[in-house]
Design a protein around this ligand. Structure first.
Ligand SMILES: C[S@@+](CC[C@H](N)C(=O)[O-])C[C@H]1O[C@@H](n2cnc3c(N)ncnc32)[C@H](O)[C@@H]1O
Length: 320
């Protein structure tokens, strides 16, 4: 097929995806683009022509870029723009970790290139959070607490998503970066361990978070380099009240329960909690306690099983 004809066909298809953001059609077009990229030697020229015609479609730009492929996924425009911007940084890729953390096949996560694990939020979960944030809209600044910064994608996404939908938002994210393969695991559990005094120069998660903060410098993301729940007694945090708490720290033993009950003084009756990885043993243990108490638990079959927890309608405000 002549290159001009191919450009015409692609332009029609891409125009079609812009006019009709169909959950079936967009993935097919993206799959077609990735096949062309893999198998057609004239793809770089084709790509340049497509980008001339569609400069405002960052998702399609990322999908046709040579350095990282964005696989087909849910066409939420805010998610697409965020993913494209992160992947455009060059250090990240969209991964498909079926069978490891992806409990519901077919979704994609962002991970660091050449480090398939750990992974961040799945694209479907980003879309889920977009709806959750929309339900929490308020004229004042929406305050979000995240336990478990990891490599920083989720905190950047929450702040980005709120801003994209016109909601003023401030995200505070807590992590002592102890799960990174470059952490000194012999010392992190020692008494007196001071997360603020550690050399993080080789810590992938820490450095990824800093890179994302630079990329998304327009967003309000505050870092707390400390352990949950002990950090919640700090004078700079103790008086705060958060509207949304996202718990995605250490998933084992009683830590998820300690995170949840430890941050309660920093919440109000309308605070919404989102728990990642509800299938993890420590999170399951917490969910059993919550179901037996004055809480409403709504499980969602996202890639990593997000649960949303709110105070039951007739509950007093439990302090712990
Ligand atoms: C699954 S990762 C977080 C991923 C991140 N939310 C994302 O989606 O991009 C878990 C993180 O929890 C952190 N963590 C472990 N124990 C913690 C604690 N007690 N308080 C806060 N963070 C903790 C680890 O250092 C690790 O970076």
């Amino acid at each position: 097929m002549h290159a001009d004809t191919l450009i015409d066909v692609l332009s029609l298809l891409i125009r079609g995806t812009e006019l009709n953001r169909s959950e079936r059609f967009t993935p097919l077009v993206l799959e077609f683009l990735s096949k062309l990229r893999a198998e057609y030697s004239g793809f770089p020229q084709l790509r340049a022509a497509i980008e001339l015609d569609f400069p405002s479609s960052p998702f399609l730009r990322a999908a046709t870029a040579t350095r990282a492929a964005v696989p087909a996924h849910d066409p939420d425009e805010v998610v697409q723009a965020f993913v494209a911007r992160v992947i455009g940084m060059g250090a990240y890729e969209a991964s498909h970790p079926n069978g490891i953390v992806n409990r519901h096949f077919g979704d994609f996560h962002i991970s660091l290139r050449e480090h398939p694990f750990p992974v961040s939020l799945a694209f479907g979960e980003m879309k889920f959070f977009r709806r959750l944030l929309a339900g929490l809209r308020k004229p004042e600044v929406l305050t979000v607490l995240e336990i478990g910064t990891g490599f920083g994608v989720s905190s950047a996404f929450l702040a980005y998503c709120a801003a994209a939908d016109g909601q003023p938002c401030a995200v505070t994210t807590v992590d002592p970066f102890v799960e990174d393969r470059h952490s000194d695991h012999s010392t992190v559990l020692a008494p007196g361990y001071d997360a603020g005094a550690v050399d993080y120069s080789h810590n992938l998660s820490y450095n990824s978070f800093q890179a994302l903060r630079r990329e998304f410098a327009e967003l309000a993301v505050e870092q707390v380099l400390d352990f949950s729940p002990r950090c919640f007694a700090r004078p700079d945090l103790a008086d705060r009240k958060f509207d949304l708490v996202f718990i995605d720290g250490n998933h084992f033993d009683d830590q998820p329960s300690e995170d949840f009950f430890g941050c309660l003084p920093l919440t109000h009756p309308g605070t919404v909690f989102a728990l990642h990885d509800s299938h993890a043993p420590g999170v399951e243990r917490l969910l059993v306690k919550l179901r037996a108490g004055p809480w409403t638990v709504a499980p969602h079959p996202t890639s990593c099983n997000l649960s949303v927890v709110t105070r039951a309608a007739d509950a007093a405000h439990p302090a712990a």
